[in-house]
Design a protein around this ligand. Sequence first.
Ligand SMILES: [Zn+2]
Length: 316
Amino acid sequence: MTPKTFPQSEHITLHELADGVYAALAQEYGLGASNSGIVDLGDRTLVFDTTLSPASAADLRNAAEYLTGRPVDCVLNSHWHLDHVLGNTVFAPETEFYATTRTSEIMVEKIPENILELKKHWPEQQAEWAEKAKMAKDEAERVDYEDGVRFAQKIIDTFLQLELRLPDRTFTDRIEFKGTKRSVEFVTYGGGHTDSDAILHLPAERIVFSGDLLVIKFHPSLIDGRPREWLDILAKIKLLDPVQLVPGHGRLGTLVDVTSIERYINEILQMAEKNWGEGGTAESAAALQPPTFTEGWNNIEGFALNMKFLHEAVQH
Ligand SMILES: [Zn+2]
């Protein structure tokens, strides 16, 4: 591999996984909010997922063009969640977008409404933080809230660009992209994290871009999906025997990290079943302590939401 100078971005950091294969990891205080990827097929350039914001996606697009020396030909959306698709809008009209048929349907159902909610939420959140900054009990708290106000403004600044860009091509099983340099497959095993999740698999390099089917040191979100099917999908990903995995959130990983998510889903399912079996409520499920092995994981607020969701799920 020839060492490359990567374009700098406040939103994403680039990692070369193989010659022409890059992970773009979300920076902690950037607007990316989820990981994405860039793959040079030799004669075409492919991008996997487009982050939360047009600002971070513009950096992703620039990086893809710089690193591969050509415009982005194809963009793949792993699933419908906003932090993986709202960057779609910054790509050129001739770029072809791919997603599963079901993901495309959910995008039509949910995203216009979600964009409206986002446009309502952030100005309110900013006003709340501005007010709290004025009443802060000390300097550190004031600085924290003022950072929040600036962060909210960065999001608000992208509102004019926010719009739904739908997939041009959909599939129900798998699509192979045969390039002059490598062949890759965009595959779905059904829905686990959402109603439909797809992964990008590079068989020769044994790399998987997993979307949110794998997240690392981060509470996965179970509330839009089907936890038991999720476990089946993770078993199928393990059979691909990847040596590198790019999760939807968190650092780069390996199969050990897949085991952590399996353990998480299994343990909290058992907790929800036990709580329900003992006559507990959704509230008592949500009030339980997360498993000790998840100490230090991000997205801690996701745990209570997962438990409330599982409280309902285990009754069916
Ligand atoms: Zn997601």
